[in-house]
Write a protein that binds this ligand. Structure first.
Ligand SMILES: [Zn+2]
Length: 279
């Protein structure tokens, strides 16, 4: 009986100790930080200067993370210059690469239960593709004041205001009576700004840069100021100490990815669409 009481007592203590574990949101926040730092670093390692934009593309990169398998399944950079193809945004390339290489096994048709960490808030094309492929979350490292909030737009229902009624064609009349609901897939994706300091720094620096030089966001992302912020992110990731053991493997994997990119520069910078046609 005494043994049972002891067992019960220590059992309760152990349960108490378990309750002392960090809340999952803190572990998740650190995980988000590591993966966002990785995205900045992937861009930093192949930095394109203001006069070299045809070399590869813009300084924008993205990371694809499989939430179910808890692993990184792709990293990519913008390659609109290299591929002479304006659709080759980092996020599009990331998703094409994963689907094309069956990165989640035989059934890689959708990217449900994945997160994308993009250094810049997704554009309409990338946001639409994420929704279409059922990506669960997108976390971005800089808001885009001109072309952002696209996932939020796609979540909205549309109510026709019937301004075209004057055409008085029956089918137009019918369209005017319809409320078009939001794309049902758009309900399941969340789009969140990163909590990292780098995001606030980039947004502040871009605000000033635009006031001074009337520059676009992609021009700003080739400036020395932006490069310094990206470099600091890279250095932070290389020296990162994770507070939570649960993130140790992810941290090691992220640092390994960077070392691989450093030893084989240009390895991820291929024109994916061209390659698919050649086969
Ligand atoms: Zn895009």
């Amino acid at each position: 009986m005494l043994r049972f009481i002891c067992w019960l007592y220590f059992g309760i203590i152990a349960m108490g100790a378990q309750a002392e574990l960090p809340p999952s949101s803190a572990v998740q926040q650190e995980k988000d930080e590591i993966l966002m730092l990785l995205a900045y670093s992937v861009a930093y390692l192949d930095w394109v200067g203001p006069k070299e934009k045809q070399k590869r593309g813009y300084n924008i990169a993205a990371v694809l993370y499989d939430n179910a398998q808890e692993k990184i399944i792709g990293v990519q950079r913008n390659a609109v210059g290299l591929c002479r193809d304006k659709t080759q945004h980092a996020e599009v390339r990331l998703m094409q690469q994963c689907i094309g290489s069956k990165c989640r096994g035989k059934e890689t048709n959708y990217l449900n239960d994945t997160s994308i960490y993009s250094t810049l808030e997704p554009c309409m094309m990338c946001g639409g593709m994420m929704i279409f492929l059922e990506v669960s979350r997108v976390i971005y490292g800089q808001s885009d004041p001109d072309f952002g909030k696209n996932i939020e737009r796609l979540k909205q229902s549309f109510k026709s205001d019937c301004r075209y009624k004057f055409e008085s064609k029956p089918h137009v009349e019918n369209i005017c009576k319809i409320d078009i609901p939001a794309n049902y897939r758009a309900r399941n994706i969340s789009s969140e700004p990163s909590s990292l300091l780098q995001r606030a720094q980039l947004e502040g620096a871009f605000y000033n840069h635009r006031l001074l030089f009337s520059s676009t966001i992609t021009d700003f992302l080739m400036s020395a100021e932006a490069k310094n912020i990206y470099r600091a992110a890279y250095q932070r990731l290389m020296g990162f100490k994770s507070k939570y053991q649960a993130n140790n493997n992810l941290l090691l994997e992220s640092q390994k990815q960077l070392k691989q990119l450093e030893s084989a520069p240009g390895d991820i910078d291929r024109c994916l669409v061209g390659e698919i046609h050649r086969h």
